[in-house]
Design a protein. Structure first.
Ligand SMILES: [Zn+2]
Length: 204
């Protein structure tokens, strides 16, 4: 099934231009890879920024300028996918830390700012989740299973960006274990013992 929750155009534009923090870009990439809709958006943003860059140095725009631009764009090789494994299996992670029955967290080895966290969180159906509030950004892409919160149901492939001041407690939706990739800014304030543990062990 196609994802129903997508990054905003602002986020996709920042992703396309490489302006996102690497961990946050990784979470967006996890969604884009499996979402034809967002791949098309990213392609359009790339073409638009490429055309803008090409147009800048031209003192005179000749009649064939557009043809030149389009020709160069077409020369660009598509993004190589040399590794056909599922996204989650291509991640380099720290060892799993079990927090509670059915709940584990694993930090992801990716360059990111030291105050940020990039991690996988797996919660079995019926498992505990951590109520937390945000004072910084949190990006999440669901890799397996589904969860629901006040904003709706988020299934495999869906993307969620939590705004500051959101205080929510997601719960696993359905019978399948829910596996999510998170990037959070360091100002996230976990509440309760499980949230504090998850935050500490995701410290990479
Ligand atoms: Zn999408």
């Amino acid at each position: 099934m196609s994802p129903r929750h997508h990054p905003s155009d602002d986020i996709l534009t920042a992703y396309t231009s490489g302006a996102l923090e690497p961990g946050f870009g990784l979470v967006v990439g996890a969604h884009v890879e499996g979402c034809a809709h967002c791949r098309a958006r990213v392609g359009a943003f790339e073409a638009a920024s490429g055309a803008a860059l090409e147009a800048l140095p031209q003192a005179e725009v000749g009649v064939d300028a557009l043809a030149n631009v389009m020709g160069r764009l077409n020369e660009q090789a598509p993004i190589a996918r040399t590794d056909a494994r599922p996204f989650v299996e291509r991640l380099s992670t720290k060892p799993k830390k079990w927090l509670a029955p059915g709940v584990w967290v694993a930090g992801v080895n990716t360059p990111h700012a030291p105050q940020n966290r990039v991690y996988l969180l797996s919660v079995a159906s019926g498992g505990l989740t951590a109520r937390h509030e945000h004072s910084g950004a949190e990006f999440c892409t669901v890799l397996k299973g589904a969860y629901r919160d006040e904003l709706g149901v988020f299934a495999a492939g869906d993307f969620a960006a939590a705004e500051a001041d959101l205080n929510h407690q997601p719960v696993v939706h359905g019978d399948e274990t829910c596996l999510c990739l998170f990037a959070t800014e360091g100002r996230l304030r976990p509440q309760g013992w499980l949230g504090k543990l998850a935050f500490r062990y995701a410290d990479v």
